[in-house]
Write a protein that binds this ligand. Sequence first.
Ligand code: GLY
Length: 574
Amino acid sequence: MLPKFFIKARIYTFFLTVVLFGCQQPQPNSQQQQRSKQGMAVSAHPLASVAGLSVLQQGGNAVDAAAATALAISVVEPFSAGIGGGGFLLLRRAETGTVKALDFRERAPKRATRDMYLDKQGKVRPRASLDGHLAAGIPGTVAGLYTVHREYGKLPWAQVVAPAIALAENGFPVSSRFTKAVGGRLDAIKNNRAAREVFTRGGVLYKPGELLVQRDLARTLRSIAKNPQSFYTGDIARAIASDMAKNGGIMTLEDLKNYTPIWRNPVCGKFLAYEICAMSPPSSGGVHLLQILNILGDTDLKKWGRKSPDTLHLLAESMRIAYADRAEYLGDPDFVTVPVKALTSKNYGKLRRSQIDISKAKPSGLVKAVDAKTLSRFAYESPETTHLTVVDSERNVVSLTFTVNGGFGAGAVAAGTGILLNNEMDDFAAAPGVPNLFGLVGGEANAIAPGKTPLSSMTPVIVTENGKFRLAAGAPGGSTIITTVLQIVLNVLVYDMNVGEAVSAPRIHHQWQPDRLMVERGGFDAQTLSELRRRGHKIMERDSWGNANAIVLTPDGWLEGAADPRGEGEARGF
Ligand code: GLY
């Protein structure tokens, strides 16, 4: 098994080095679409997709392949996600036709306090929730992957971990995307000896194409392959806790021992003829994806045209409303009551739709979350992160998004383990109204408390039609995740795009605060932008964001998958 994977990986890395690194930055197009019958893995890195594919070819199911892909991502795309972070997974089992949701998000350590990032004057200490050990939440990736594998995997766990071990031990050629990511976090990385040793050569950046070997991480992964619990109670846990104690962190052995992933019900709702299921709180993704789809309702978007000013305006205003509600109501459902039913109800969508003026943008200062009493009327009506999508021959589907939060997380590695620590604590509201890394504001519902999970925007989604799998997708990008996934869903379900086009198409994003409409540079014509400005939108053109991926099942039974040409990912099928 292992040698086979190696040979493939070697051939592939040669190809990657010769071809990919010689290329210019990929432009959005539909070239990266793949088509296959048996099974498919799509992720943000070709070698991780190869790892997923090899596990499918060994007889593994979607759960085995998703775990293998995620662990490989932890090695080859550590700046986005890893075993030092956490995430969310949706699993649709063909046998039952049901969608399950697993929350393996990081949690706040027991010693976390509401004001832990404030100075004596009550002001947020700059970067305190972003850099170093204090920024880290208790990691959930290993527990999450093992939990889903133990219940639904087919192959032995060690076989699923093997590709990641190989990649860490033998190394992989770093891409220009990788070196750019290191460059962007060099200050934090240089500040932490273990991170400097792993990700630089004595503080100097690796060059694209050079091999990065991660021996400590390989040893850690070997230990996880033998006993995943070692991450939480064994040698690995002790190494993390001792490194925390030495570096001003608050995470303890007890915190690690007490970590548990949580099975939750996904949020599901109808849109046109489709059933959409996505991640429930503590991610805001599913709630606001459905909320926006409900606001759009049965508007004939196809007739309006995908890039027409009316469509873009309606999308932007719907997004603005959703993010205003997000800031008020969303948080960890084990700590606060999140009005999921109300926010995702069709009638609430209609109410919010009636508040949109199609000829004029409403300044965000005038858009508020509705008060709790009004909302209760609807209550009982019926810059990193990474995503991967896997479908197997039985049409089991995994849609998984996980992260270490900001690029290279906390910028610190737990010494001797190779584990990059997350900075997920920044996803809490450090103080009411103070924006986090993604410019998102929050309040009471997302205040820090021990054991609490920071609010997320991750939006793994699975769509079915007449009880049959149709589409699975997801994306990184912090606050932009929800709107990226929304647009992919609309591109496939409303605009009949193939998956490559759907993932590539230019995007917009509005998140209420700051009050600006982000549009992808070069994606929309000048006339449309000037009409949107005339309606009152503050347009900010930005280079691409998102790095999404998706798989669809075509009516004639083919799997079609695509990774975002904005990144370096690939779909791999057989
Ligand atoms: N760390 C980004 C998110 O969870 O939304």
